[in-house]
Design a protein around this ligand. Structure first.
Ligand code: ARG
Length: 266
């Protein structure tokens, strides 16, 4: 049962405060689509158009991220090992197809991992400083108030299309509704409600999954521009009924993110 134990390990790391022993791994929570195929990545999603989410980044450790400045990618703390010089990460930008010849790549130079993440405070965010900027990169603004912490969110990623499934070549997207902290504490009693926000359908079927971590959860603001409200963090399995996805709540972390970014940006 190598695959199963590997998944357990991934989940144990990802879920953190949820006891690993409590995680059951079913054969699959995803259902075949109307044409019989298994749904594409970001379980229950569809293909994103080239240029639709221009600030979206794939990171070589198998995570997502979003451009915050020409030389900074915002991702999840659990995607990186710690703070310090780090030249091991490749960021891929500018293409929904990770094998596209028009993709843009950069190597990391430095990583800042929110120190609060490993404490009771939580806050699953990190900034990756690139070795050279992507000049005039599309940047994703982060939510600075709770004004957009409700409604319908868009989730995006190259992660697994189903629990235990393969990483994807083409970027996928889906929409999921906000889930209140009160509701989210039923499946996740140790939810850090001050710094986490949940999203998903009661009936499941649509969710982020392994490999989507660190990527943005977004919605439109009042000016119809994308704003980042979440960072893919964890969930029990993927797309299971009554188990929404849990995201770092960007509005609660934005002051700290912006302050660190000011130090690190070009
Ligand atoms: N922690 C996972 C990762 O590293 C993301 C899990 C998201 N799970 C979910 N059910 N929304 O990629």
């Amino acid at each position: 049962m190598k695959k199963l134990s590997t998944l357990r390990k991934v989940l144990a790391v990802a879920i953190g405060t949820v006891a690993a022993a409590a995680i059951a791994v079913p054969a699959s929570a995803a259902q075949p689509g109307p044409t019989g195929e298994m749904g594409p990545a970001v379980v229950g999603g569809t293909r994103a158009a080239q240029g639709e989410f221009p600030w979206m980044v794939r990171l070589s450790m198998g995570c997502g991220g979003a451009m915050y400045a020409d030389n900074l990618v915002l991702t999840a703390a659990h995607c990186v090992s710690g703070t310090g010089n780090n030249t091991s990460i490749t960021a891929t930008y500018g293409a929904v197809d990770l094998q596209s010849s028009s993709r843009v790549t950069r190597t990391s130079k430095y990583v800042y991992r929110n120190p609060g993440y490993s404490t009771s405070a939580g806050g699953d965010w990190a900034l990756i400083q690139l070795s050279s900027p992507i000049t005039n990169a599309a940047k994703l603004p982060i939510a600075t108030s709770t004004a957009y912490d409700s409604g319908t969110f868009t989730i995006i990623g190259w992660g697994a299309a189903s629990e235990g499934g393969a990483q994807q070549r083409y970027l996928l997207k889906a929409t999921v509704p906000f889930v209140s902290d009160t509701s989210c504490k039923t499946p996740y009693p140790s939810l850090k409600a001050a710094v986490e926000i949940c999203a998903g359908y009661t009936q499941g079927g649509t969710d982020t999954c392994q490999g989507d971590s660190g990527g943005p959860m977004v919605r439109r603001d009042n000016a119809n521009n994308w704003v980042q409200v979440g960072i893919v963090s964890y969930g029990r399995g993927c797309a299971r009924p009554n188990y929404p996805g849990v995201y770092a709540q960007v509005s609660a972390l934005s002051t700290a993110i912006a302050a660190k970014a000011r130090e690190l940006r070009v």
